[in-house]
Design a protein around this ligand. Structure first.
Ligand code: ACO
Length: 400
């Protein structure tokens, strides 16, 4: 590979690469993907091993600091995150200004932006201590904001975080506990949610991470950059796909049109419909995360005693698509989002919270990339070129 900026300067050439299909925007040592072989590694560790053996906060440490933490480093990190879970009481009033129908992704990105207003004296991207503090604050507070967005949509009271609980237990209680009853944390849900969050923690230069890096390259603070990343994740071609998959499965179920007929409509590109949760820019044989999520879907539904016809439809869709020339030719396989929605639904989350769960999962990756970019002396402001295809120079009309 050559450094294209040097090449461009020397030759005067500009490359047009719509959608950045073949352009690396940075060097990175966080995540490795081999899309043809279906390999994903965090800091060199296979995703299968990470998902099997770790926890959300341990993986966050790994991604952010580059190595696995020692037990005492992890305990101290966990303790610091727990100490920062509270939101300023004034910020809680921010939620009252929004309609209860607000999409929780909009609430999340606005609240992260608003959160930074409480810390204006500690946002300096060049001060390592402040960067550390912003890291902890975001990890601690994003799940609380997410749970409040959920509670707000239900018209229920916000709970205070219970810092005697683990990260995932606390998050479940904030979402599903209420003031009137003692909340019993279900260990099946804790294990499954921890695993799903781990699988989402990083995925190199995807659209939202690239957004975080682009905004951060202007030396904007971490909160501003991550709020932008949340907005990029919202779209149905990216994180919003998990919500779109469930809607699609529900429509197939409710309409009774059958899987075969639906797949035909996708192939005919009727109204531009796509098989949501299928296809990936990078994975061209299989998405290793999808395989792990599918296993979890079976385990969780069985453990919870849930029988969901949408899981049967998803499995049939996968089978039909994987045997069909249209999908084979285009190398389209289930991606991480294909089965996640079914698990989130079984856990009790409403469809509109699915992408929010993805955002909590992806947060450590966003932070790791933002920090890597800021620590790299070669970083420059991101500023793509364009090929101008508009009018040539024109005379301003004398009389108008
Ligand atoms: N269903 C049907 N056809 C598809 C699908 C799909 N899900 N995905 C791609 N195709 C077809 C396209 O129509 C195109 O066909 P054509 O050559 O006949 O025009 C061909 O496959 C190539 O598609 P592109 O859009 O060029 O592929 P790209 O790499 O740009 O897009 C993307 C990747 C956005 C993920 C796409 O596969 C898609 O829209 N999938 C559905 C949405 C989804 O699940 N997104 C989640 C991605 S993973 C994540 O963000 C966590």
């Amino acid at each position: 590979s050559i450094d294209i900026s040097t090449f461009t300067k020397q030759t005067g050439f500009t490359t047009l690469d719509q959608g950045f299909v073949n352009t690396a925007s940075t060097r990175s040592s966080i995540t490795y993907i081999d899309g043809d072989a279906g390999i994903l590694r965090y800091r060199g560790y296979a995703i299968e091993d990470v998902a099997q053996n770790s926890t959300y906060l341990e993986v966050a440490w790994l991604l952010i600091y580059g190595q696995l933490p020692t037990p005492s480093e992890l305990a101290e990190f966990d303790e610091r995150v727990r100490r920062h879970t509270l939101l300023h009481e004034d910020l809680k009033r921010f939620f009252s200004a929004l309609p209860h129908t607000a999409h929780p992704m909009s609430v999340l990105s606005s609240a992260v932006s608003a959160l930074s207003t409480y810390y204006e004296d500690s946002l300096d991207p060049h001060n390592p201590e402040m960067v550390e503090l912003s890291t902890i604050r975001l990890l601690a507070k994003l799940p609380v904001i997410a749970a409040y967005a959920h509670k707000k949509s239900l018209g229920q009271a916000f709970l205070y975080p219970d810092n005697s609980l683990s990260f995932v237990e606390n998050f479940l209680k904030l979402n599903f506990g209420n003031l009137a009853e003692i909340y019993e944390v279900n260990p099946v849900l804790v294990k499954a949610l921890d695993r799903l969050l781990i699988l989402h923690e990083d995925h190199e230069q995807n659209a939202s991470t690239s957004t975080v890096r682009l905004v951060g390259s202007t030396e904007a603070n971490m909160f501003a950059s991550i709020s932008a990343g949340i907005n990029a994740l919202y779209g149905p071609l990216h994180g919003g796909a998990n919500e779109a998959v469930l809607k699609m499965l529900k429509e197939i179920n409710d309409s009774g049109e059958g899987v075969q007929r639906f797949v035909e409509r996708v192939k005919n590109k009727e109204d531009g419909i796509r098989l949501m949760g299928f296809g990936h820019r990078v994975y061209k044989s299989f998405d290793p995360r999808a395989k792990l999520v599918k296993e979890s879907a079976d385990e969780v539904l069985e453990a919870l005693g849930v029988q969901d016809p949408l899981l049967d439809i998803a499995k049939e869709l996968e089978q039909v698509a994987l045997a069909d020339e249209y999908f084979i030719e285009r190398k389209l396989y289930p991606n991480v989002d294909f089965y996640t929605g079914i698990i989130y639904k079984a856990m009790g989350f409403p469809t509109r919270m699915f992408t929010v769960l993805f955002a909590i999962g992806r947060l450590p990756g966003w932070i790791a990339h933002w920090r890597e970019m800021n620590e790299d002396p070669r970083t420059k402001i991101g500023r793509p070129q364009q090929l101008y295809v508009g009018e040539p120079a024109r005379e301003w009309p004398a009389a108008r």
